[in-house]
Design a binder for this molecule. Structure first.
Ligand SMILES: Cc1cc2nc3c(=O)[nH]c(=O)nc-3n(C[C@H](O)[C@H](O)[C@H](O)COP(=O)(O)OP(=O)(O)OC[C@H]3O[C@@H](n4cnc5c(N)ncnc54)[C@H](O)[C@@H]3O)c2cc1C
Length: 238
């Protein structure tokens, strides 16, 4: 069976996991994308329920996750077809195996299967935008720290790798953690390889990058307002 809900939301009902998409277990991706759905939705739902963000934030759940489900459905249909036992399919499977013995196709396929190549469409810009931030080894004022550890609080993180204190997010300080850190290594992403080091990144609670700094704060306030609600003094009082 290969099926996907046309809409992941109907008013107060939201679908995630196998309720939203079912497919052959070949490739072992069903649980992974179900958990990713929940992680994508959880913080958005919390912000809408708490009145931090408008209800339209929930529309980004469908926009971001529906294409990922559709892609997994397509991939599992292809894998199911490759597992048929007739001679032509065996020839096709062997041809695929040959292709996957090459570095570039193998890396691409592995990144797709693991979901590590996922990029939500957050517009043009730095290659990190919309992608999952890598789990870098940082040096902070309180000692060494991994990026993913910073996300344990399920709050957004503004990771500032430039001059400490340079980026002002005072009007979002109750919702967004600012971490000044240093990072000496390279930035390597699945499929893309090495990319230009950013000066700062705004990381959503699901680990995806919502804004990339080029040494200025251009676009930062817009990104903060889009994803984490209006700045404090502009918040409606009702
Ligand atoms: C053979 C097989 C192998 C798999 N291998 C992998 C793998 O290697 N890697 C991977 O990522 N995924 C794998 N999957 C897929 C994975 O198991 C599912 O994608 C995942 O379990 C879906 O989780 P879920 O919480 O969305 O749904 P479910 O796990 O189906 O949970 C739904 C729950 O709701 C309950 N429920 C239903 N109706 C009601 C009701 N009316 N009231 C209350 N409760 C209700 C059900 O009893 C169930 O406990 C495999 C699946 C199969 C079948």
């Amino acid at each position: 069976m290969t099926r996907q809900a046309a809409s992941y939301r109907e008013r107060r009902v939201l679908l995630a996991g196998d309720a939203a998409h079912v497919h052959s277990p070949v490739g072992g991706q069903g649980l992974n994308i179900g958990v990713q759905d929940a992680v994508n939705l959880g913080w958005k739902l919390a912000q809408v329920v708490h009145g931090t963000s408008p209800e339209s934030l929930l529309d980004t759940y469908q926009a971001e996750r529906h294409p990922i489900g559709a892609r997994v459905l397509k991939l599992t249909m292809a894998q199911t077809a490759l597992n048929r036992g007739d001679e032509r399919t065996t020839a096709l499977r062997e041809t695929m195996s040959d292709l996957l013995s090459m570095d570039e196709p193998r890396k691409r396929y592995a990144a797709t299967m693991s979901g590590l190549d996922i990029r939500y469409d957050l517009g043009e810009g730095h290659p990190l935008l919309g992608r999952r931030v890598p789990d870098l080894d940082l040096v902070t004022a309180s000692g060494p720290q991994r990026v993913f550890t910073l996300l344990h609080q399920a709050l957004p993180v503004l990771l500032n790798l430039g001059e400490p204190g340079a980026l002002d997010i005072a009007r979002w300080a109750d919702r967004v953690q600012r971490v000044d850190a240093r990072y000496a290594g390279g930035w390597e992403l699945p499929v893309l390889g090495m990319i230009a080091a950013p000066c700062a990144v705004l990381i959503r609670p699901d680990g995806h990058v919502a804004w990339v700094g080029d040494g200025t704060d251009r676009g930062l306030r817009d990104a903060l307002a889009t994803w984490f609600g209006p700045p404090n003094h502009e918040k409606p009082t009702d």
